[in-house]
Design a protein around this ligand. Structure first.
Ligand code: SF4
Length: 511
């Protein structure tokens, strides 16, 4: 919900003639650090300067506990600058998210960036429980429901409807066009459709340095009819951070060797490449402006206000020269784009690259056939299966049946016995087992070279596998539409087959 009267940031997003500028701040560990004081001083200078429309504040960045974003957000909003609070799904369940949303609404913190979040890292006396009770699509849907007149309306929880005044959150989402593999890239774009349907108001890209990729995203959105303003990421790395990025140690961030080699040359300067890095950032802003981005989202460790001032002045000075800078941002492997190369000065054409061929999985084919026989109303086994499950629900054999069902599904799918089965929606692959974040509606942004962010080199990202399976039967487009509601924990360790026929599981919410 973009409301151009309610905040400078939202007003800027709603105005196609304005180029929105935001900066990302990362709260420190502890609220009394010099880093926190530096962030506030930066915000104070930026607020007085007036060129930034907002600062965004990360939540437990990198999966490490840090000062809550709303604390920093409230301090900064008092300085006259709009804030965007990152709402991540990693550390809290749906009720805690709702509670936080009430608090942020009350406090006037109404600009959000809704993300899955980095996988939690080791904390107090061990590794914390990775929560991910909701995924991004479900969290967006929750916020959208709170925003609308029938806030929180839910057949399973009608009480919420009566007690909630509508909120007015503006909801941003993230996307990464910076993926190497067809499966990862397409699934990012497919998920963007679901994000739009679930109520996204604006988009921020992942960190990346390739102009053709930046063009690709806008082109894909235009051709798909997704009309959301997009802010391009402009990240200024230090030598240490650039090295970590290149090594793939920041989830979802890809810094190609070719680009890193250029940066390494610059890092040899007396100022460790800082001035050249700022000029490069200014040029990237010019390119994004030239390509039609709605704004730029800046970030980088230790960015001072003086540096921001310098790079924004340089960007203003050079803005008309943006076509000359395109060659500075050309580092992506040629076979990793969505569209074919353009002609006559266009970076891309409107023609997608032909897709790689893939074979059908026997496991998928057999599971789908059985599903269609027993769980689709026209299937020959459906009436008998329905009758059996209704009878079992009313009788005594339910426990034994649930145990047998779990055993079969454990052997065939690695079933985790959640009782709310989503195999049919996800190529007969189980997200409770195969996705470290239990996501039901598409991938997070963290995969790299097809590997899961949490298990690089060990486990393939579940959604790369889902894509390959669905693509082989021309069903991958199903990942753009609809959406899977959150798992109902009341069904845990019960029979998902009985729950399906008794209309207790998520499929009932889709009707
Ligand atoms: S399996 Fe894929 S979507 Fe799930 S956490 Fe790993 S990288 Fe993210």
């Amino acid at each position: 919900m973009i409301n151009n009267n309610s905040s400078r940031f939202q007003g800027s997003l709603a105005n196609p003639d304005e180029f929105t500028l935001t900066v990302e701040l990362v709260p420190s560990r502890g609220g009394r650090s010099t880093a926190h004081s530096r962030a506030l001083a930066f915000a104070q200078d930026a607020g007085a300067d007036g060129r930034l429309q907002a600062v965004s504040i990360t939540e437990n960045a990198g999966g490490h506990p840090a000062l809550s974003p709303e604390v920093m957000g409230l301090e900064i909003s008092k300085l006259g600058l709009d804030v965007i609070i990152h709402l991540s799904c990693k550390d809290k369940n749906r009720n805690q998210i709702e509670s936080l949303l009430f608090a942020w609404d009350r406090a006037g913190l109404r600009n959000l960036l809704v993300i899955a979040g980095d996988y939690p890292q080791r904390g107090y006396r061990g590794h914390p429980k990775p929560v991910f009770d909701l995924d991004t699509i479900q969290a967006l849907d929750l916020v959208s429901r709170l925003n609308c007149e029938h806030a929180g309306s839910d057949r399973r929880n009608p009480a919420i409807k009566k007690s909630v005044e509508p909120t007015s959150f503006c909801k941003g989402v993230a996307i990464s066009p910076f993926k190497y593999l067809e499966a990862e890239l397409r699934m990012q774009y497919y998920k963007l459709h679901r994000k739009e349907t679930a109520g996204a108001d604006y988009v921020i890209t992942q960190v990346g340095y390739d102009a053709r990729k930046f063009d690709e995203l806008l082109r894909y959105m235009r051709l798909s009819g997704i009309k959301l303003p997009v802010l391009g990421n402009v990240f200024i790395p230090t030598p240490t951070v650039a090295k970590i990025m290149c090594e793939g140690r920041i989830p979802g961030v890809v810094l190609p060797d070719r680009y890193y080699a250029k940066l390494q040359e610059e890092f040899k300067d007396a100022d460790r490449g800082r001035k050249k890095g700022l000029l490069r950032a200014a040029k990237l802003i010019c390119v994004q402006k030239g390509l039609g981005y709605a704004g730029a989202h800046l970030g980088g460790p230790g960015l001072t206000f003086a540096e921001l001032d310098f790079l924004l002045n340089e960007a203003d000075r050079m803005v008309d020269d943006w076509p000359d800078f395109l060659q500075d941002f050309s580092c992506w492997p040629q076979d990793s784009y969505y569209f074919q190369p353009g002609s006559n000065g266009e970076l891309n054409s409107d023609e997608p690259v032909p897709r790689q061929k893939g074979g059908q999985s026997l496991h998928y084919a057999l599971a789908k056939s059985f599903h269609e026989l027993a769980f689709v109303e026209t299937g020959v086994l459906y009436p008998a299966a329905h009758r059996l499950c209704v009878a079992l629900d009313e009788g005594k054999g339910q426990k034994a049946f649930a145990g047998a069902e779990h055993l079969v599904k454990l052997m065939l799918f690695g079933c985790k016995n959640c009782g709310d089965c989503t195999l049919a929606e996800l190529g007969f692959l189980c997200p409770q087992r195969g996705c470290a974040k239990y996501l039901l509606n598409g991938p997070c942004g963290g995969s790299r070279d097809g590997w899961c962010e949490v298990y690089p080199g060990q486990k393939k990202c579940l959604y790369v596998q889902v894509y390959e399976r669905l693509k082989a039967v021309a069903q991958d487009g199903s990942m753009k539409s609809g959406g899977v509601p959150p798992r109902d924990w009341a069904l845990n360790e019960s029979s998902s087959w009985i729950n399906f026929f008794l209309q207790r599981d998520h499929t009932n919410l889709l009707k």
